[in-house]
Design a binder for this molecule. Structure first.
Ligand code: CO
Length: 157
């Protein structure tokens, strides 16, 4: 297991649409393990593959709830309900925070690291985290959705 280098803005890979994953092998699972260690090391709640320089539709989320680590391979939001505006940050934008409006509730279809399809319903902060990571896979950065910026060293996100 290794801690990977997190790519910070500006970098072209962060605004590139990622490629679909077709091969579910040990290399993929090792990448996810390394992404997890990297996310934990940086106190993050989510991380997308382009943030570690890999142009593939892979993201992980762990908001410390009963879901534990959620592996999202080729994730797609299939339903969204409501809207809520909250402050969020991104490991690729250290020290930058801003208010972003996201769906209150989402239903996501994805595959796990073994290629098995699943659907997941998420509400509130979990829905926000998943939506933020899926945006990364489409080359969309949270700063493009920020309604009000904060630069607070004291906030951790
Ligand atoms: Co991010």
């Amino acid at each position: 297991v290794a801690i990977l280098k997190i790519i910070e803005h500006p970098n072209e890979i962060l605004s590139t649409e990622c490629e679909e994953v077709f091969v579910f092998n040990n290399k993929l699972r090792k990448l996810i393990k390394n992404m997890y260690e990297t996310m934990i090391e940086h106190d993050g709640v989510g991380l997308a593959a382009p943030q570690v320089g890999v142009n593939l539709r892979i993201a992980i989320v762990d908001i410390n709830d009963e879901n534990g680590l959620i592996e999202l391979i080729n994730p797609v939001i299939i339903e969204e309900t409501g809207k809520i505006t909250e402050v969020e940050g991104c490991l690729s934008f250290p020290g930058i925070y801003g208010d972003v409006t996201r769906p209150h509730e989402i239903k996501v279809k994805a595959q796990n690291a073994k290629g098995k399809q699943f659907t997941l319903s998420a509400v509130g902060f979990l829905a926000r985290a998943i939506s933020h990571e899926i945006d990364h896979l489409n080359g969309i950065l949270f700063t493009s959705k920020v309604e009000k910026f904060y630069e607070l060293e004291t906030l951790e996100g």
